[in-house]
Write a protein that binds this ligand. Structure first.
Ligand SMILES: [Zn+2]
Ligand SMILES: [Zn+2]
Length: 390
């Protein structure tokens, strides 16, 4: 089949689903659900896919709010990913309502353009991107076995086809001391908060002397119950990020020594609980990202002309080391930064939905390229140098 004709069918397929996609996006946005509790969003998407002829498995891979939808029996397997978790207190401040519908729209567009003999089309509902890393769990449980290409797109301030994403290690630290009356007998106490504050200061000094392609940050989540009681417990959560995995491992070890320094100096006992899954940095597949960019530009989208250094992290990084993947970002019509209340507001606007529809079309067109242009898939596989993240 002629690729251009198929791309026209793909964009028309997304346009035909436009009202549905916007309705679902607004529904998800109006009912923000935290990681692993995304029942409503997951059901909305799964129901819609089932109604459009996909075979849907709900609660897939042992995760209640994950799903796997499948259509076609072709030799090339393409997975579109949907995220739909929100953030505590600030709702859809990462715009995952737009990720979910861009992924759904991309799949519906591709389905409208190619034969079921040509493609095995998957839509994977991946929960908890902001928390435990649903994709890392799904990857471990076989969700990407046999997948040739995985694609999703993330709303942001600007369009970037192959944005760098930090790898990230997250930990929760607990200092345990001994309580005492803070005035009558402070000398009998071991101040757990002192231990944590010392560690925080050590980290704050360390992060002035790390490479520009890394980040360390965190918060104190518990620092005592009353000012006149020496705290016998203090807790905090910290993130260490880097663009290169070896440097991430190095920083993780150095952060560990900062935590230990707080324990040594204060005499408090230390427990460091590292999250079970490391988020890998994004291994952007350049040929696929170039195809996506060309398709999006053909639809009138403009990409940031300069490279960025400052970025975030995603469990899509893990997927990108298992199969050729893209995770482009797209602007949503007004400048706002992810994880702020301003972004929450922008993520429900007409401008954001206009972007989401165009991005769904570009994702569908890229699917057409992958199915109908064997050279692209060959180039994507040749460029893919990844190995599984252990
Ligand atoms: Zn986020
Ligand atoms: Zn996000």
């Amino acid at each position: 089949m002629d690729i251009q004709a198929a791309k026209q069918k793909a964009t028309a397929g997304v346009t035909a689903a436009r009202d549905d996609l916007i309705e679902i996006s607004l529904d998800i946005h109006a009912h923000p659900e935290l990681a692993l509790k995304e029942q409503r969003a997951s059901k909305l998407l799964a129901d819609r896919l089932e109604a459009r002829g996909f075979a849907v498995e709900r609660g897939a891979f042992g995760l209640e709010t994950a799903f796997r939808a499948r259509w076609g029996e072709g030799p090339v397997t393409i997975a579109y990913l949907c995220e739909y978790d929100a953030l505590p207190e600030i709702g859809h401040a990462c715009g995952h309502n737009l990720i979910a519908t861009a992924g759904l729209g991309g799949a519906l567009g591709l389905k409208a353009a190619v034969s079921p003999d040509a493609v095995t089309l998957l839509v994977l509902g991946s929960p908890a991107e902001e928390d435990v890393g649903g994709k890392a769990i799904m990857l471990e449980r076989g969700a990407f076995d046999g997948v040739d290409v995985a694609m999703m797109a993330h709303p942001a301030a600007v369009d970037i086809a192959d944005p760098p994403m930090y790898g990230v290690e997250q930990c929760h630290v607990i200092y345990k001391g001994r309580s005492a009356h803070a005035s009558i007998a402070p000398e009998t106490g071991v101040n757990a908060l002192d231990g944590l504050v010392l560690a925080y200061q050590a980290l704050a000094q360390l992060r002035q002397h790390i490479r520009r392609d890394a980040r360390i940050h965190g918060i104190i989540t518990y620092g005592g119950a009353a000012p006149n009681v020496v705290p016998d417990r203090a807790e905090g959560t910290f993130l260490v990020r880097a663009l290169q995995l070896p440097y991430l491992a190095d920083l993780k070890a150095r952060a560990g020594r900062c935590f230990q320094a707080g324990a040594d100096a204060s005499g408090a006992e230390l427990q460091v609980i590292w999250a079970p899954y490391t988020y890998a940095p994004m291994n952007n597949n350049k040929p696929l990202a170039a195809a996506y960019r060309a398709n999006a530009e053909a639809l009138g989208r403009a990409f940031l002309p300069i490279p960025v250094e400052s970025t975030a992290s995603s469990d899509m990084g893990n997927v990108s080391f298992a199969v050729p993947s893209i995770h482009p970002t797209f602007g949503i019509g007004a400048f706002a930064l992810n994880h702020t209340p301003a972004f929450t507001a922008v993520a429900a606007t007409d401008a954001a939905h206009k972007s989401m529809i165009e991005v769904a079309q570009a994702l569908a067109m890229t699917g057409v390229d992958i199915v109908l242009d064997p050279e692209l898939l060959k180039a994507a596989k040749a460029a893919f140098g990844g190995t599984r993240i252990g």
